[in-house]
Design a protein around this ligand. Sequence first.
Ligand code: COS
Length: 389
Amino acid sequence: MDYAETDEQQMIRELVRDFAESVLAPTVEHRDQNQIPPSAEWQEFLEFGLQGVTIPEQYGGSPVDDISESIIVEELARIDPSFAVMYCVHVGLCAKTIALHGNDAQKEQYLTRLAAGDVGAYSLSEAGAGTDAAAMICKAKLSDDGKHYLLNGEKMWVTNGAQAQIIVLFAKDVDHPDYGVKKHGGSTAFIVDSSFEGFSVGKKEDKLGIRSSDTCTLVLENCKVPVENVLKGVGKGFPIAMNALDNSRIGIAAQALGIAQGAYEAALQYAHEREAFGKPIAYHQMIMAYLADMATRIEAARLLVYRASWVKQQHYEHGGPRHSKEASMAKLYAGDTAMWVSERAIQVLGGYGYTKEFPVERFFRDAKITQIYEGTQEVQRIVIARALK
Ligand code: COS
């Protein structure tokens, strides 16, 4: 067992850290306060080609190993968790899902665009179908000429919803034999281009955290999706959706890890600079205990995230079983760590931590979503418990 990072992983970490500190850090507070998506920053990021890490080279991608993918998300989130989730959804939920389940024509048409910088999204949730994803009611019906599916309904909580040009979106084919028979019967994955007729962006959410990441409702009114844009086959969508979440939960775990790391570093620095009772507070026993516990939990989260990434890669390469349990364990632990560490970080900074002068209040607000999206912590426990033998 080798815990050392490879030369390539170290290089990627340094590259992304440098980008995050020099490009994201100067604008992160302003974007957070004003809910401005990081579109300009995304354009600068494209020069590194890291938007294509889950896309094969033949479609313009630049693949890296799965631990490197997590390192990228972690380093982005250490400075800007909103940018990290934008990235995570683009490479994980959107590009990776098309790379895994798309046919050659779909990959040629859409992966090349995603590799070139078009933004990707993934749309499963609805007002009445969040945790209970199979309860979705968005409908798809084949047009009379058999050339298109007409999609109707509203999807919710879509990260990159307003920015994305390409969306992997789920709806139920009402004419599928399993529709109304099985709970997820008829569920189908479609590749939707935001320029398609009948597609529009609805309400933008005003959120507690990750405020620079856009989260929208998508409105489908007879949205015309060519039949060629069905991923894998009609009625085959639910396992695709679940598999995509197994992948992206590791990404969110990496985001949570980066949030915890960012909050911890701010607390550590402050504890060494701030003096009380004649010495830096970092040398007061109670603060020492907080810092030690923060550092320990972060390391434990890191091990779970990297291990889940490694298991994911082994399984894909060797056709092995699902990595659902490892992904959910990483997300569960890292999400709780982000929440706990960012709350303790505020405590270390005291009154200053409660203000916008320091980043810890933002990390605290950003951390909360990692216990909710990509499956709540309760869902992670369901997935883990079901996998126990
Ligand atoms: N990979 C591939 N296939 C999977 C899978 C996975 N990880 N998990 C389940 N499936 C398949 C099952 O094998 C089953 O297929 P068959 O009907 O062919 O047997 C089907 O999917 C239904 O599985 P299951 O019965 O387990 O589904 P449930 O309705 O019980 O759902 C949970 C289980 C709660 C785990 C699921 O709904 C879930 O993950 N919910 C959270 C969704 C979420 O994370 N949303 C967040 C944001 S996305 S915008």
